[in-house]
Design a protein around this ligand. Structure first.
Ligand SMILES: [Cu+2]
Length: 352
C-alpha cells in the first residue's frame, strides 16, 4: 500500500513539474504559436466533450444495472411507501433534468467550438427565456418542497394516539439496548448518573420510580406487526443515530436529551423473508459464503435475513458493528416473548 502511495505521489509531482514547465513556456513571449489551439484541436476537444457525456451516462446506466440490486427491498412500515414514492419522484425529476441540461451543455460546447474567423454573437438578454427558465424550476421545486414538508410532518407526528407501544432505544459506544415500558406502558425515570453496573442497572433506571419496576431491558428488539411503536432514544456518551433502514426510520440519539420517532411495522420478519428481492439477496450472499466455506474461511455460515437497527453516526472505532436485531412478529408471538423476559424489578431484587 505504501509503495502504491509513494508511486502515486511521485507520478503526481512529475505531472505537476511538467505542467509548470508548460506554463513557463507559455508565459515567454515568443513567435512560436504551435501551442495555441487551432481548428483541428478545437474539433477534437468537441468530440471529447461527447465522449465524456457518453462516459458519465454510460457509467450511470452500468451502475444501475450492476448495483441496483443492492438497494433496500420494499418498505416494512406504514409510512415507508410514502417516503419511497417521494424519493423516487425526486430522483426521476433530477435525472431527467440533469440528462437534458448536460446533453444541451455538451452539444452547445461542441457546436460553438472555436473556429478561425468565427466571431461570438453578443446577445445581451431575453426576458421571455429568463422567465421560462426561472418559473419552471420555481414551480417544480416548490411542489417538491411542499410535498416533502407534508410527508415529513406526517412521518414526524409522534403522538400517543392509537395506543402505541412505548420502547426506549439506548445507545452507547458500541451497542444498543432496548427497554419496554412493561404492563403499564410507561417508562420509568432514568438518568445516566444512576447507572449501577454492580447491580446490572445498565440504563440508570430510578429504582424508586414505581413505573420502572415492570420495565423490561433487552438486547433484541421484538415488535408486534400492525401496532404503532413510539421510540424514545437516549445516548450515554456521544452522538449516535438509530437507523432502521427497512422501516425507513432514522433519528439521532443525543446525550442529555430524549429524541423520538414513531412507526408502524406492517410486515413480519417471516413475510419479509419471502419477498423476492430479499430471497435474491439471501441467495447471493449465501453463494459467496459457501465459496468462503469451501476454502475454510471465517464468516462463512449460511445467512438468514433479519431486520436490523444500525448506528448511522460515526461514533468511534467500532461504530460499524453497532447493531441490534429486530424481529417483527404476530401479537401472540410478541406477547409470549415479552412474558419470558425478566422485569427490571425482578433483576434488582435478585441483585440485592
Ligand atoms: Cu454509534
Amino acid at each position: 500500500m505504501t509503495t502504491i502511495l509513494t508511486l502515486a505521489v511521485l507520478i503526481l509531482v512529475a505531472i505537476a513539474i511538467w505542467q509548470m514547465t508548460k506554463i513557463f513556456e507559455f508565459s515567454q513571449l515568443s513567435a512560436q504559436t504551435s501551442e495555441v489551439a487551432n481548428d483541428e484541436d478545437n474539433k477534437y476537444n468537441g468530440y471529447l466533450l461527447f465522449a465524456f457525456l457518453i462516459f458519465i451516462y454510460g457509467i450511470t446506466i452500468f451502475s444501475f444495472w450492476k448495483y441496483g440490486k443492492m438497494l433496500l427491498p420494499e418498505a416494512a412500515s406504514e409510512h415507508g411507501a410514502d417516503y419511497d414514492k417521494l424519493e423516487l419522484v425526486s430522483y426521476i425529476i433530477i435525472f431527467t433534468v440533469q440528462a437534458l441540461t448536460q446533453t444541451l451543455l455538451h452539444y452547445f460546447g461542441f457546436k460553438y467550438r472555436g473556429e478561425k474567423g468565427k466571431k461570438a454573437l453578443f446577445y445581451a438578454d431575453n426576458d421571455r427565456l429568463e422567465f421560462i427558465w426561472t418559473i419552471i424550476p420555481v414551480i417544480t421545486l416548490a411542489g417538491l418542497i411542499l410535498w416533502g414538508l407534508y410527508t415529513w410532518t406526517t412521518i414526524m407526528d409522534v403522538n400517543d394516539d392509537d395506543d402505541p407501544l412505548i420502547v426506549e432505544l439506548y445507545a452507547q459506544q458500541f451497542n444498543w439496548t432496548a427497554r419496554y415500558a412493561g404492563d403499564d406502558n410507561v417508562l420509568g425515570m432514568a438518568n445516566v448518573r444512576m447507572i449501577d453496573i454492580d447491580k446490572a442497572n445498565v440504563l440508570g433506571l430510578d429504582e424508586a420510580d414505581s413505573y420502572a419496576a415492570d420495565d423490561v431491558i433487552v438486547k433484541e428488539l421484538h415488535l408486534p406487526v400492525g401496532r404503532k411503536v413510539n421510540f424514545k432514544m437516549r445516548s450515554q456518551d456521544v452522538l449516535h443515530s438509530a437507523f432502521m433502514p427497512h422501516f425507513r426510520a432514522q433519528m439521532n440519539c443525543v446525550p442529555g436529551m430524549i429524541t423520538e420517532f414513531s412507526f408502524t411495522p406492517n410486515k413480519t420478519t417471516e413475510e419479509m423473508r419471502l419477498n423476492a428481492d430479499v430471497v435474491d439477496k439471501v441467495e447471493r450472499i449465501n453463494k459467496i459464503r459457501s465459496e468462503k466455506a469451501a476454502k475454510g474461511e471465517p464468516n462463512s455460515d449460511p445467512w438468514e435475513f433479519d431486520y436490523i437497527l444500525l448506528c448511522n453516526k460515526i461514533c468511534g472505532k467500532s461504530h460499524y458493528n453497532m447493531q441490534m436485531k429486530i424481529i417483527v412478529e404476530t401479537q401472540e408471538e410478541y406477547e409470549e416473548w415479552i412474558k419470558s423476559q425478566q422485569t427490571f424489578g425482578k433483576t434488582m431484587a435478585s441483585a440485592q
